[in-house]
Design a protein around this ligand. Sequence first.
Ligand SMILES: Nc1ncnc2c1ncn2[C@@H]1O[C@H](COP(=O)(O)OP(=O)(O)OP(=O)(O)O)[C@@H](O)[C@H]1O
Length: 645
Amino acid sequence: MFPRKKPVPDNPLDGTGEEMVIPSYVSFDDAAARTSLWRMLARLPSTVVSMLATARATAPTTVVVLLAIEITSGVASGLGLYSTASVLRQLLTTGPTPQRLIAALPALALVVTFLSVQQLGGTLSAYLSQTLSARIQYRAAQQLIAVASHVDLAAYDDPNWFDGLDRAYDSSMAHIAGAFSRMVTALGSLISLLATAVTVTALDPFLLPALVLSTLPASLAALQASRLLYDSVRRTSTLRRRRWLITRMIRNEEPAAEIRAYRAQPFLLQELQRIGGLLEQEEVRLAGVQARTTLLGRVAGGIGLGLAYGLLGLFLYTGRIPLAVGGAALIAIQVGRARLTDMLLAVSRLYEQSLYVADYDTFLTDAKGRTHPGGGRPAPTTPERYRVEDVSFAYPGAERQALSHVTLEFRRGQIIALVGENGSGKSTLAKLLAGLYHPDSGRIRWDEVDLAEADPNTVRDGVAVVMQDPIHWPTTLRANVRIGRIDRPDPDDVALRHAALASGADVVADQLPHGWDTMLSRQFVNGVRLSGGQEQRVAIARGLYRDADLIIADEPTANLDARAEAQVYESLATLAAGRTTILITHRLASVHMADYVYVLHDGELVEEGTPLSLIAEGGRFAELYQLQSRNYQTGPVPAPAEDGG
Ligand SMILES: Nc1ncnc2c1ncn2[C@@H]1O[C@H](COP(=O)(O)OP(=O)(O)OP(=O)(O)O)[C@@H](O)[C@H]1O
């Protein structure tokens, strides 16, 4: 069992131990994973229906052909068995051997024919089921990614979301296709089994229980072993994701320098070892319980088989069945056992995979619940007023509020600066203003439209965000800027060059070996890696190319040199005309370009006013401003002479 107590964090990378606890999101499914065998079997029909529906949506004709083939080969196997019994009957009657052989020939021909049909059907069915499985797998993975890419940003603050996503992705890639193949196998075996059961019953109805007795226990044990495996996979999913994150840090280019500079390898390796140890412990535990379960099943199966043969012997001894029928019954029992074993093993695998398919379905439902349904009032295209009304907001799962009762307002055309110390809530407020999150209480309005009721797509259309840590798309420089508004027609690159000029990205393009067509990722041939400042210029160009009414620039010049910074502020000032600009910055000198400043502290709005009035007031802003400007007045710059000369 995993420890449920928090371990003592002796490693800086130690988590709280929470990853060892089953997340609340999975508690329902976890309960399902611990359910009884009978409830487990009861869920199979819904899986079969869901798989058939997926398969029909993917390739309807193939599904029908596949089912027809399975039914044909199942019936052929039953008839083959019946013909085998006829052959035996002919061979075991009295009379000269050559005559008996000749008499058995027609039945023998039937056996060969039916077995050939069965073999041919099996081959065709395997081929069709494999191709269909591959198509189902790609379709499921595509659907999953499409749904995930549209969920609201808030999902990404919830660790359970990542667990669900990882599990569903693994399921869609590995198990959905497998579940379909298993279902075909189970269906084929079931049809064959029914045909065998009919044959056995035709020979003697009392032989049927013997058949069931000899197979059922081992198959039930297989089902139980599958359930145990699934339970274990669920319990370790967060842990495996953590291992994956750490190995990804070691594999990726970006953290490589810092890991080495800080010599952080021992910490990472120690953490990997810790996780590996826990997973190993779980594997050993699982192997033990699975082995016990399988052994019990086999012992019970052995007893069942003994009883079956005993029953057959009794029938022969008492003369209930003749020797010929006994021989045929022996073969039928063996064939029937093989069919039942095939079917129950396929069902056990199908059951196991049905749990993963359920994960996938649960994830899709969960993701839809986390996605704005679309629609709503269209946001105004050129709002005159933006209002934040008594807004409070805490990130999902966070104990502290990131914003508390914030009220402010600004008009179109203004440049608004949001300032405050680290963690004061500036970026959060900007994200709420952009409609990326919604307040827990209070409202954000563009004119009269409450963003919580607005169509998110129209809100997005009205905002250009230059993020603090912008994405670097692994594509060309040109596409990196154009992605700002991918559907904007710009045949002669006029808008592109305009945005580039204003942001300084034109200089970046001039410095690159293939100009605008340079690939911005070293993981591709001829790709390059930009410097932090160059990346920032490209991100600003992307924001400007978006040509939106509200520009949110979150620390847009943090990585820029002094000249580029001056250029960006100049451009922002020019672009601000007729638009609204929200500037988040720690460079308080640049705040002078703002019309109005809001100062946040611990999520609360503590000061507001024009830059000059705030400096004059001598409050928090003035204090931060003085602290920063002192850096420019000391050091190498000589203090002014006392006489003022
Ligand atoms: N995605 C998130 N999930 C949970 N908490 C978050 C998230 N983003 C920010 N926070 C928390 O919200 C608070 C406000 O963060 P925010 O990023 O808005 O501050 P900021 O003023 O922009 O800081 P900085 O100047 O460092 O960029 C902080 O306590 C931060 O830890």
